[in-house]
Structures are given as C-alpha cells and as structure tokens.
Design a protein around this ligand. Sequence first.
Ligand SMILES: Nc1ncnc2c1ncn2[C@@H]1O[C@H](COP(=O)(O)OP(=O)(O)OP(=O)(O)O)[C@@H](O)[C@H]1O
Length: 191
Amino acid sequence: MPVLTGVSFRLAPGEGLVLRGANGIGKTTLLRTVAGLQPPLSGTIEGAGERAGYASHADGIKPALTVAETLQFWADLYRAELPEDVFELFDLADLRDRSAGTLSAGQGRRLGLARLAVIGREVLLLDEPTVSLDAFSVKRFASFLRERHLARGGIAVIATHIDLGLDLPTLDLTPYRAAHDAAGGSDEAFL
Ligand SMILES: Nc1ncnc2c1ncn2[C@@H]1O[C@H](COP(=O)(O)OP(=O)(O)OP(=O)(O)O)[C@@H](O)[C@H]1O
C-alpha cells in the first residue's frame, strides 16, 4: 500500500531540500526509500545509492567504544580519513575518551551526526537530525551543513520540524499523501 504518491524532486550539487508534513505523512519513508533501504512501489531514484549517507532517529552508537573509537570505527568502515577538526566541529573534544554508552541524549546525537563528517558521502539524507540538540548545537550543525557540506557541492534532504536557518527550499508532502481504501490507513500496510 503506498504511503506517498507522485513525489518528484531533483537536486544539483550544493542544493538542499527540507521535507515538511505532519507526523505520519511519510518523511521517514521517503528518506529511507531514497537511501535505498526499501524499494519504491513505483518510480525511480537516481544518483543516491552509494553516494548517500542516511542518518535516522537512532544514533548507531556502540556503547563499548569511546567517542574517539566510534568515529575511527566509522572512518575505517568507510575507508575515510578522520577529519582533524571533527571533534571541535561537533563539540566532542572534551568527550573523546568517554565511553559512548555514557553520553547524554544530546551528546549522543552530536556523536551520531559527527559520523556524517567522517563518512564523506555526497548526499546526506537526514531524519530529524536536531532531536535532543540544544540551541547552540543546532546552530553548529547548521553551520556544518552550510559550510562543510553544501558549500563543497554536497546535497542534503532534511526532514525537520524546526527551522535550521539554512534558507533551503521546502517540499510539503501533504498533497502527496496516498489515498487509501475505506478500511485501512497506511499503518495496516506494514502489519
Ligand atoms: N514499521 C511500520 N509499521 C506500521 N506502520 C508504519 C511503519 N513504518 C511507518 N509506518 C506508517 O507509515 C506512515 C508514514 O510513516 P513515516 O515514519 O514515514 O512518517 P513521518 O512523516 O516520518 O512521521 P514523523 O513526523 O512522525 O516522524 C505512517 O502512517 C506510519 O504509521
């Protein structure tokens, strides 16, 4: 059963897009589909695939590793160099040797987001990236997106309920909600 229907967008290097819509409209579903984690029922997605990095609601933290070990783990996995300033960029310098399992929610989110600076993917698919972040951390993350990602030709698709101050175009998914038969909402499609 479709969740969204008729959605279409195209982004050039350096461009970003903010996805909007009420809870349950299908923002996560769309991001996961673009990321290649689930197939579309119809239509095509071009240019994401191996070039894409997806950040979900979960931070993907391994509690047995320290903060520094976590980022090195991601760098090794993606065969990338750990950027020297990644700890400063995400305000993690004082937490480098802290066990990742002991981080607060916001600190853990900063670590999860720092992964994006490590993996070097051109297309970032971000699902509510600022959840748990304080205002200062939201600003820092917005600066990372603007100066380190978009300004260098990266692409970002961001589902967010808050204004990141990035002045990006918005795609409201409300008109694309799929019609359903009388009996069921889209929830039943997953059961
Ligand atoms: N695993 C699942 N089982 C049942 N229903 C699901 C599942 N995943 C998604 N859905 C349903 O699919 C629809 C779209 O969900 P999705 O998570 O994409 O919405 P969203 O726009 O990201 O919502 P939110 O703003 O609350 O994060 C919703 O009706 C949701 O209940």
